[in-house]
Design a protein around this ligand. Structure first.
Ligand SMILES: [Zn+2]
Length: 295
């Protein structure tokens, strides 16, 4: 009798482990539908310049993402394929190189739902001061990443980033960078890196660049990285990830050590996917070249 029960439990566990794998296999058996590929081409600027192998891998990751993660429309929003594919494509571009812990079998393992609002959303914030007084604030947000497996996004801002209206900001890359960061167990600006040696080099390079950004923010000096990244190491990693994928030429020119470190982590070079900006002339009469001095 005990043997039968143990057998049944074993079979149950095997089924629980096997069924999702079989379902995923079935979902990936057919290629991504042409109308979804068209959305990918339209809304992920980097896709056109990826090589064939990268494009194929990205399409499969997008299929897997769409299969595994739930999309929930909030504040009356009806989630469309356009929204699903655009968000999935940008999130999957981060792990295209097989970064950190995210293998194809392990795509944002703790994430289960993406909540989408039509525009910036309000979130009540409770703050308790030393005297125990609780202040409720309401903040406008474009995106949030929660440790409990949720990412919340404003579609209006996702759409704008995809349409290159704001080339230096990308809320999807930002929030999913936080998800990668949290895979290491805490969201502290250091994602899962594997070896101690890698953590040592990461910490040295990122600390140096973070300190420099804090100084720049204090003096109001504008550079490639948004000053929002100076608020904490976790925000620094998220902001620098946006720049790595959206402004790779500018980032590699201004912060070569940071760019190098990110190439080791993400295992891609986004300069392959983004046209090199034309050098700018600071004085049209002198033709003084200020290469590497964007923005
Ligand atoms: Zn953030």
């Amino acid at each position: 009798m005990e043997g039968i029960i143990a057998g049944l439990i074993g079979a149950g566990l095997l089924a629980a482990w096997l069924l999702p794998k079989l379902r995923l296999r079935r979902a990936l058996a057919r290629p991504l539908a042409p109308e979804l590929v068209a959305i990918l081409e339209r809304n992920l600027a980097q896709y056109a310049r990826m090589d064939e192998g990268q494009q194929r891998r990205l399409r499969r990751l997008v299929q897997q993402f769409l299969h595994e993660k739930a999309f929930v429309g909030c504040a009356g929003l009806e989630v469309t394929d356009e929204m699903r594919v655009t968000i999935a494509a940008q999130a999957c571009m981060l792990v295209l190189g097989g970064t950190g812990d995210a293998s194809p079998a392990n795509l944002y393992p703790s994430l289960h739902a993406v909540l989408v609002y039509p525009g910036a959303f309000l979130v009540p914030r409770r703050e308790v001061d030393a005297a125990g007084v609780v202040t409720e604030q309401r903040q406008d947000l474009l995106g949030e990443s929660w440790g409990d497996g949720r990412v919340i996004l404003s579609w209006d801002h996702v759409r704008r980033a995809g349409a290159e209206e704001s080339p230096d900001h990308n809320v999807v890359l930002h929030e999913f960078a936080h998800q990668l960061d949290s895979e290491s167990g805490s969201t502290n600006g250091a994602p899962y890196l594997g070896s101690t040696e890698r953590y040592r080099s990461w910490s040295e390079v990122l600390s140096r660049n973070y300190a420099a950004l804090r100084r720049d923010a204090m003096w109001g000096q504008r550079g490639v990285l948004d000053h929002y990244g100076a608020s904490s190491p976790a925000e620094f990693f998220a902001v620098a990830t946006e720049s790595f994928f959206e402004q790779p030429w500018e980032l590699s020119a201004r912060h070569p050590d940071l760019y190098e470190e990110f190439m080791k982590y993400f295992r891609v070079d986004p300069r392959d996917w983004v046209a090199e900006p034309q050098p700018v002339f600071d004085d049209p009469f002198q033709h003084g070249l200020v290469y590497g001095q964007w923005r």
